[in-house]
Design a protein around this ligand. Sequence first.
Ligand code: NAP
Length: 369
Amino acid sequence: METEWTYVIESSRFNIIHIPKCKYFLEQNMLNEQVNRQIILDSRPTGYPTSSNFRMLESNIPSPKEGQVLIRTIWLSVDPYMRGRISDAPSYTPPHPVGVTMPGGTVGKVVVSLNAKFPVGTFVSISSGWQDYSISDGSNVRIVDPASVPISTALGILGMPGLTAYHGLFEIGRPQAGETVVVSGASGAVGAIVGQLAKLAGCRVIGIAGSDAKIRYLLDELGFDSVINYKAESVEDQLKDSCPQGIDVYFDNVGGSITDAAMDNLAYKARIIICGQISQYNLQEPDLGPRNLRQLLVNQASMEGFIVGRFADKSESARQRLTDLLMQGKLKYMEDIVNGLENAPEAFMGLFHGNNFGKMLVRVSSDID
Ligand code: NAP
C-alpha cells in the first residue's frame, strides 16, 4: 500500500490539519469489518525499531459479555514512550511483553453495548492498543463529546501530550511573564503546546526543531519568537544569540547535544524540565556527553524529570483549561495522519527520524458508520 500524502486542509474551526488522500482508507475500512487485526510486538528492537519487530495477527472480533461494550478503533496514537515500553531496560513501567498486542491510546466508537452507560454510538478514549476492536467494561474509558471538539484531540492536545505540556510547564517550569522559555522537539505533539502556553504566559519562546517547514510553522502559525534548526545550525551559537539574558525555563524533549547546548546558556535560577530524551531512546551504548552540571551549580538552577501520570489528580482541570483555550482559538494544533492500522509501525518508527509533523495519529477506521 502506498500512502499518498497531501497538504489539503481539512476544514476545521480549530486549526490547519494536513490529511492524506482517502481512497485506500475507504476500501480498507470495509475490509476491517470481518476480523480483528492486531499488531503484535514480535521481538524487542536493538537500536532503532524496524518492521521486523512487529507482526499482524488476525482473529475473530471479540464478543462483549453482560456489562461490557465492543469498541471499534477510529484513531490510534503512536508515541515515543512506546520505544521504552518495548525495551526490557528498567523503567517506570514493566516492559511490554513480546507476543502481545502493541499498547497505545485510541479513540473509538461503541458498536455493541451490553452496558447502559455506554450506548451504541458513544465515542470513547481508551488505551486499547494497536487493534481494530477491543472490549471494555467501561472502567477504563473516558467519553469523548464529538460536538465540542474533533474526537482525535483526545489523543493530542486534549490528551496525554497536551497534559504533559501543561503540567510539565506549569508545575515544574513555573514560567513568569517576561522570562525566556526554550523548548526542544518544538514542533511535536508536546513541544508545540509548551511553546504556545509559554507565549500565553507572557514569555519569550525559542523553539528547536529539525526542518525548515517545522520552523516556518512555529514562527508563522504558532507565534514563537525564534526557532533554531538543530540540523542546520549550531544550537549553542543560536541560543547565545537568541537568549542574551540566558534561559529561564528549558523544556527538554530530546536530550543529547541539544540539551548540553541549553545547559551552557542557563540564566540564574533556571528551571530545566526533563520531559523526554528521544535522542537517547535507540542508543545501544549510553551517550555520556559533556559533564556540564557545573552550570546547575553556578546558576543555582534546578533540573527535574517527570512522568505525566504524576499529576493525574489535576488532569481534568488541566484538560478543561486546554479545551477552553482551544475553543477560544488561543491554541492551535497540527495532526499528522497515516491511514490504515497496518501502517502503524511505520508511523511509529518515523517518530525517531522526525518524519512526523505534529501529533502522529493512525486512522484505523472511519468515524462515520
Ligand atoms: P513528537 O515531538 O510529536 O515526535 C517526536 C519528534 O522528536 C520528531 O518529530 C523529531 O522532530 C524529534 N526527534 C526525533 N529524534 C530526535 C533526535 N535524535 N534529536 C532531536 N529531536 C529528535 O513526540 P511527542 O509525543 O511530542 O514527545 C516528545 C517527547 O516528550 C518525547 O521524548 C517523549 O518521550 C516525551 N514525553 C514524555 C512524557 C512524560 O510523561 N514525561 C509524556 C509524553 C511525551 P524534529 O524533526 O524536530 O527532529
